[in-house]
Design a binder for this molecule. Structure first.
Ligand code: NAI
Length: 253
């Protein structure tokens, strides 16, 4: 088993799915992939850094918190440059930062449409573009974008969110085609209904409606997503690119 030390950047790593991804990557030595450093980027990263470090205590991975708004390309470039400097390079990028601002289109403001597109889709462009040079130069990269099942099937009340996630899926496939020759794989995960702050906003009726359409009859946990992210960054997934993997308890099939 070869032990290559990999270095990762995770956006939106302070809580929810992103936090589980940071923990899973840090704690799991995944057949040959030994993580050495992880940078997590969030607009409230500094607040969460100490807690996260405590939770990961015991793994040999260095964790660095970077406070940045993922919607700004200038910030993303500066953050990636600083992360590369700190870690000595970057091998893995997880584009996870995301928000919802739900409303029926009739009531959706132009500001809420723009904000959701900027956080969920533009950030993926920002960070992918910023890591390209180092990844292309070393002829190795693993990029995983967190999309959503609604980007595949649509959802009333979420035109901004669905458009952003469908955009992420299209972006993923295009990057897989552009970057394959440099041994950079780009895949998307489409989570279903996962228990985080984001889904706490749903009322009981919405919750019951969602659960009734899930064959496994439960909400997913952030760790259910983090495990698939780790797999896609492991050598077992070296020949997988351009795929959208639904992790949704069977909700979409
Ligand atoms: P969450 O709300 O718990 O966490 C989102 C994280 O992104 C937070 O740490 C937040 O501070 C960060 N963030 C938000 N805006 C940011 C910005 N401008 N710059 C930097 N960081 C920012 O949400 P959750 O559920 O963990 O979501 C993670 C990803 O998974 C999102 O892309 C979301 O769309 C996606 N997803 C979640 C599902 C769910 O059921 N929870 C279902 C499908 C997809």
């Amino acid at each position: 088993m070869s032990e290559k030390k990999r270095r990762a950047i995770v956006t939106g790593g302070s809580r929810g799915i992103g936090r589980a991804i940071v923990k899973e990557l840090a704690n799991k030595i995944c057949s040959g992939v030994l993580l050495s450093d992880i940078v997590f980027v969030d607009d409230d990263a500094e607040k969460c850094a100490a807690d996260l470090e405590k939770e990961i205590n015991g793994s040999d991975v260095n964790i660095y918190a970077f406070q940045a708004d993922a919607t700004s390309f200038t910030d993303a470039q500066a953050t990636v440059d600083a992360a590369v400097e700190k870690m000595g390079g970057v091998d893995i990028l997880i584009n996870n930062a995301g928000i919802t601002k739900d409303n029926l289109l009739l009531r959706m403001s132009a500001e809420d449409f723009d904000r959701v597109i900027n956080v969920n889709l533009k950030s993926v462009f920002n960070y992918t573009k910023a890591v390209l040079r180092p990844m292309m130069k070393q002829r190795y990269g693993r990029i995983v974008n967190i999309a959503s099942v609604v980007g595949l099937i649509g959802n009333p009340g979420q035109a901004n969110y669905v458009a952003s996630k469908a955009g992420v899926i299209g972006f993923t496939k295009t990057m897989a085609k552009e970057l394959g020759s440099r041994n950079i794989t780009v895949n998307a995960i489409a989570p279903g209904f996962i228990e985080t702050e984001m889904t706490k906003k749903l009322n009981d009726r919405q919750r019951e409606g969602m659960l009734s359409g899930i064959p496994l009859q439960r909400m997913g946990q952030p760790e259910d997503i983090a495990k698939v992210v780790t797999f896609l960054c492991s050598p077992e997934a070296d020949y997988i690119t351009g795929q959208v993997i639904a992790v949704d308890g069977g909700m979409t099939m």
